[in-house]
Design a protein around this ligand. Structure first.
Ligand code: AKG
Ligand code: FE2
Length: 203
């Protein structure tokens, strides 16, 4: 079996998992950060820019529909992902978190922030089970760094995490219902794409 083990052993960069650093927020929420987590981020970024069928997001707000300044596309459960590193990433996340999460990551939501003016306002991912249950949302970021801001729902001291090229940030525990997150506008930034992996029925 030694022979087979050697034959099918993953290459060095795939065996060495980068460190995951957990930060406990209050109210049962936490975030994990793993810097430089995604291999080949340049290639992933270039492929996503060209191959994802991006569309503008429109959101119903009260009596009017407003544009949310960023481009979107979601790959649903079972749909092929646009880059093999993303399929691999979903598998790595499921393998790493399965003991704690108890289910796989299945969907991949993609967001394209074209410049510093693209953003997403304060929200929790609370459509679906995130409203009531502990869950996880794993974000892989490629392109220019942007700040993921976090604050307790209803007010209190917040924090923020700079998400760089190839970094992973996972929001877990009660984070979607007890905290809010946002990607604030900045005076200047180049393009950035985030891919959010979520379990079934979390949006
Ligand atoms: O772009 C990001 O990193 C976060 C996006 C996000 O929070 C969302 O789409 O729900
Ligand atoms: Fe979100």
């Amino acid at each position: 079996m030694d022979f087979q083990g050697t034959l099918f052993a993953p290459t060095a960069d795939e065996t060495t998992e980068p460190a995951y650093e957990r930060i406990h927020l209050d109210r049962g929420a936490w975030v994990d950060i793993a810097r430089g987590w995604l291999p080949d981020p340049d290639d992933v970024f270039a492929t996503l820019v060209h191959d994802v069928p991006w569309r503008e997001e429109r959101r119903q707000m009260y009596d009017r529909v407003v544009d949310v300044p960023r481009l979107l596309h979601t790959y649903g459960q079972g749909e092929p992902l646009p880059h093999p590193r993303l399929a691999e990433a979903r598998g790595r996340l499921t393998a790493h978190y399965l003991p704690e999460l108890g289910e796989p990551f299945v969907t991949a939501g993609c967001c394209y922030y074209r410049n510093g003016n693209d953003s997403v306002a304060w929200h929790g991912d609370k459509i679906g089970r995130g409203r009531t249950d502990d869950t996880m949302v794993a974000i892989v970021s490629v392109g220019d760094p942007r700040r993921l801001a976090l604050r307790p729902h209803g007010g209190g001291k917040g924090m923020s995490i700079e998400m760089g090229h190839g970094d992973l940030v996972v929001m877990g525990g009660s984070c979607q219902r007890t905290w809010e997150h946002a990607i604030p506008k900045v005076s200047s930034a180049g393009p950035r794409i985030s891919v959010q992996f979520r379990p079934r029925n979390v949006f």
